[in-house]
Write a protein that binds this ligand. Structure first.
Ligand SMILES: Cc1ncc(C[n+]2csc(CCOP(=O)(O)OP(=O)(O)O)c2C)c(N)n1
Ligand code: SF4
Length: 250
């Protein structure tokens, strides 16, 4: 029989620890496929977050670092500057990149660091039990907002990727989701393009991926995927947020 679907070479054969229906496993696969297709496995360096993806080094079959909460992009910056021929990416949740790591990410984008960030927005701190993240939607329950996020009290959801668009050194920013097969294909294209931006030495690139966290949303996987598409995209609309690559003009 002709095998037409296999695990990417850049993912180890380990069984992932993510909950059923978690978007992290799909996003890992898309990054793995990208690394395979660009033939950069031997020179890729990944930096995982402090979050549910903290064990990403058990899954990606490339050289992996580790960083304290929020500091992945700072570690990636150092790695890329010391080893400019490497392809360096971070993999960060919203609590990681948009709360404790806000300062690092803004300045890395502004400096135009030639690294790629994969920003997984699931609207919650997944690993530590579902407290409110900067991205938690208005009215959304979390362990720290049991009656729902109240904008007057807790502030509005933070659109980090829009903020990064104002940074002079950001070159390509896109928001995608993995909430349906069609959207997964679009997410793959965006992730591959973000890596290409780095390979072409253009500057900072980031892909934000809207991703379900069925466990902390207290939903079964299918409703969680539907909710991602219906509700999260209202506040975090999908699409290219900044693209000054000039690729389309070629
Ligand atoms: C410096 C530091 N502060 C806080 C923590 C605790 N911590 C670990 S994971 C995590 C939540 C991460 O949530 P998020 O980035 O949204 O990722 P997710 O788990 O949802 O994928 C927190 C607060 C930590 N490990 N290190
Ligand atoms: S807690 Fe949420 S983000 Fe973490 S593995 Fe489970 S579903 Fe995924």
């Amino acid at each position: 029989m002709n095998k037409i679907f296999t695990k990417p070479k850049s993912l180890k054969p380990n069984v992932m620890h993510y909950c059923p229906g978690c978007g992290h496993s799909i996003i890992h696969r898309l990054v793995g496929e990208t690394i395979d297709e660009l033939e950069i496995q031997e020179r890729t360096l990944g930096v995982p977050p402090a979050g549910c993806a903290v064990l990403a080094y058990n899954y990606f079959d490339v050289d992996m670092g580790e960083a304290p909460h929020g500091r992945a992009i700072a570690v990636a910056t150092g790695l890329k500057r010391v080893l400019p021929d490497r392809v360096v990416f971070t993999y960060q949740g919203d609590g990681d990149i948009a709360a404790i790591g806000t300062a690092e990410i803004i300045h890395a984008a502004n400096r135009g660091e030639k690294v790629t960030a994969i920003f997984v927005n699931n609207g919650t701190y997944g690993m530590t039990g579902g407290q409110m993240a900067p991205t938690t939607l208005a009215g959304m329950n979390s362990t720290t907002t049991p009656g729902g996020r109240d904008v007057a009290r807790d502030g509005a959801p933070l659109d980090l990727t829009q903020m990064l668009a104002t940074a002079k050194g950001s070159v390509y920013l896109e928001r995608v989701t993995v909430a349906s097969p069609k959207h997964i294909r679009q997410a793959k294209k965006a992730i591959k393009k973000a890596f290409q931006v780095q390979l072409d030495g253009l500057g900072f690139s980031l892909v934000e991926v809207l991703s379900p966290c069925p466990t902390n949303w207290k939903m079964a996987p299918v409703p969680a995927y539907e909710w991602t598409l219906q509700e999260m995209t209202k506040i975090f609309p999908l699409g290219v947020i900044k693209d000054i690559t000039g690729y389309d003009e070629k």
